[in-house]
Design a protein around this ligand. Structure first.
Ligand code: SF4
Length: 347
């Protein structure tokens, strides 16, 4: 029998289509079976995301409120001061995050900004948090300098299939994105890369996106699957609603194709019911952003996440790399407080 949880890099379009076309229950069962071979099914990894430079981005990503090409009323902010970033990182750590992700709306980091960004990486790392950044395109030199500073992960999404890509972004190419991923990998950092569903792409485009990710020489360690947040003022503000089952199916197929990667529920979680989130966890999603804001779109309140974790018997994933378990304890404390308040209401 074929090992269904094997790590492969040669997925064909037909094979992936066949997964998408499985009856829903068969697909979820298979995804859950694969998931259990690589992960504790009752653990979810928790990260916090901070926008360190907001808005006025020269790129024209049609889904993005931070693009300078669209008027979304978003307040622009300059690069945040290093100390301010560290303050936020301390708060994230105290509230239970194990990874701190910093995002800047840039085409690529400018040379003048590199020293600040490097200080941020060093400072966050010194707090005992895993570090992640998303700063746009990177060449080999900048990737190397960030890796040297201690950056663990670099996020750079492929967004969609190569075929649909130019309907969404015209200011940089798919190959530019692949080149950045290559530089990140060469420098020894881990990759966080995924895409967005609900932008008007076809089922074939979703297959194309997952094939691009899974057929990279090494799977991204984190695969964020976003559901479009339709922001007023962006060209996609009136995009058709995504069938929620298509979203869950995509999570399940991602889990099967990249069995050892963390599949992350990212933007769009605010629009998901608790039941839908639970189903995505069953389909193999095992990472979320925790906190109130996902760059510039709302994220379910921390409190609601804790309640959901408690109701589902989910625990935050333990860190392997660091003996410091303060974060773990903080979430567990909050979960306990949740349980206590639940008992109060039951009384
Ligand atoms: S997604 Fe990133 S690169 Fe694209 S416009 Fe938004 S901030 Fe800029």
């Amino acid at each position: 029998m074929q090992d269904t949880a094997a790590i492969r890099h040669d997925w064909t379009e037909d094979e992936v289509r066949a997964l998408f076309e499985l009856p829903f229950n068969d697909l979820l069962f298979r995804a859950q079976t694969v998931h259990r071979q690589h992960f504790d099914p009752n653990e979810v990894q928790v990260s916090t995301l901070l926008s360190i430079k907001t808005g006025a981005c020269p790129e024209d990503c049609k889904y993005c409120p931070q693009s300078g090409h669209y008027n979304t009323g978003l307040e622009k902010e300059r690069l945040m001061q290093v100390e301010k970033v560290l303050e936020k990182a301390r708060a994230a750590k105290a509230s239970g995050s194990t990874r701190f992700c910093m995002g800047a709306a840039w085409k690529h980091p400018a040379e003048k900004d590199m020293p600040y960004v490097i200080e941020m990486v060093k400072g966050v790392k010194a707090l005992g948090l895993e570090t992640c950044m998303t700063l746009g395109m990177l060449d080999q030199d900048k990737a190397g300098r960030l890796a040297e500073a201690g950056l663990d992960y670099y996020n750079h999404n492929l967004d969609t299939s190569p075929e649909f890509y130019d309907k969404i972004i015209t200011t940089r190419s798919y190959q530019d994105r692949l080149d950045t991923l290559h530089h990140v990998r060469e420098s020894g950092m881990k990759i966080c890369s995924g895409g967005i569903l609900g932008m008007g792409e076809t089922a074939t485009d979703r297959i194309g996106l997952l094939r691009q990710l899974a057929n990279l020489p090494q799977h991204p360690e984190s695969v964020p699957i976003n559901m479009l947040v339709k922001v007023k003022g962006t060209p996609l503000e009136n995009a058709e609603d995504l069938d929620r089952f298509d979203f869950i199916r995509t999570i399940a197929v991602a889990r099967i194709m990249m069995p050892a990667s963390h599949v992350r529920l990212s933007a769009g979680r605010e629009q998901m019911s608790d039941e839908m989130q639970a189903m995505t966890f069953f389909a193999g999603a095992n990472s979320i952003f925790y906190g109130e804001c996902l760059l510039t779109t709302p994220n379910p309140e921390t409190h609601r996440d804790l309640q959901l974790f408690r109701r589902l018997g989910i625990n935050p994933e333990q860190r392997i790399s660091d003996a410091d378990d303060t974060q773990e304890q903080a979430i567990m404390r909050d979960l306990q407080a949740e349980q206590d308040s639940a008992r109060f209401y039951e009384a």
